[in-house]
Design a protein around this ligand. Sequence first.
Ligand SMILES: NC(=O)c1ccc[n+]([C@@H]2O[C@H](COP(=O)([O-])OP(=O)(O)OC[C@H]3O[C@@H](n4cnc5c(N)ncnc54)[C@H](O)[C@@H]3O)[C@@H](O)[C@H]2O)c1
Ligand SMILES: [Zn+2]
Ligand SMILES: [Zn+2]
Length: 361
Amino acid sequence: MPQEVRGVIAKAKGEPVSVETIIIPDPGPGEAVVKVQACGVCHTDLHYREGGINDEFPFLLGHEAAGVVESVGEDVTDVAPGDYVILNWRAVCGQCRSCLRGKPQYCFATHNATQKMTLTDGTELSPALGIGAFCEKTLVAAGQCTKVDPAAKPEVAGLLGCGVMAGIGAAVNTGEVGRGDTVAVFGCGGVGNAALEGARLAGAKTIIAVDIDDTKLEWAKGFGATHTINSTNVDPVEKIRELTDGNGVDVAIEAIGLPQTYEQAFYARDLAGTVVLVGVPNPTMEIKLPFIELFGRGGALKSSWYGDCLPSRDFPMLIDLYLQGRLNLDGFVSETIAIDDVEEAFHKMERGEVLRSVVII
Ligand SMILES: NC(=O)c1ccc[n+]([C@@H]2O[C@H](COP(=O)([O-])OP(=O)(O)OC[C@H]3O[C@@H](n4cnc5c(N)ncnc54)[C@H](O)[C@@H]3O)[C@@H](O)[C@H]2O)c1
Ligand SMILES: [Zn+2]
Ligand SMILES: [Zn+2]
């Protein structure tokens, strides 16, 4: 029997979100219905609401979530009712050219649910990142459910489903930060702070946080930053060189998505170092760099999609490290809120007052 639940809908570009009744179909082949317990408010939800992702309104927002599987389609064997899961937006297909070459973390044909969730008048909803978890229950592809240790609280576990995974992975997977490395992170929001945390986890010896907001830099210290730079009135490239014996860092991570900070990351790295772009630029932006510098500095310029994560490999491992007290995930939860407070949480995010507001359902 299809079920009626409450969920947060963005009906039109720029309009405040509202809580509406949503119809969730029973899971079909390859699908699962998940009882959502917690879902973080990510910048990408706001991008959807602003029409910055696509025009497929109305959106069912929310995508950084943890919960319990309620029911599964008849052929589903990997997860079962009662499993505690983090939802991911990389349910790998196993058959595309990247999966077949042994690189499922780049899967080019990821799975989402085939059936649609709807409003009571039958209008089909577009779930954010194929998830839609500011909702009491949601319908996803079974592969979007990654089982983790239920000892981790949902408001913390869910954050690994997007921004925190993107940041940790930018450092550990894409940047391949290693023991003794020097690292700089530009932008210390949820993603940038997670990149700092990833660098700490990987054993970096110098971890430099760059931001234009002193509050963010203060928080960054709790995620492993050994040095902070407010770049409002200081040249961060020069300052980073000073902190690294005049050389620059081994890995420079851009976690904002701006041409000027990408350029700073490019020049702040040592010879043969790596630049990682995890911030998402908007389609109108351009960068201009002297071609000879691309050659002369050597190294690698990489982009990090979802922290190049493989959910089945990375989520359970990071949850275990969290439960052992080796990964600070609690620090990302600025506040817990109700499903009716998402619009207000967007405003707090815009004012830079929170790392993450997390909806408890
Ligand atoms: N690659 C991925 O898969 C992925 C996944 C999730 C989010 N993201 C992207 O990561 C980026 C960061 O997300 P977030 O949630 O951390 O955002 P956020 O808004 O919380 O953080 C951005 C930070 O950058 C700082 N900042 C802004 N302008 C700056 C400047 N000129 N110099 C230095 N610091 C500056 C802000 O003060 C803020 O602390 C966004 O572009 C987001 O879309 C990427
Ligand atoms: Zn694939
Ligand atoms: Zn997100």
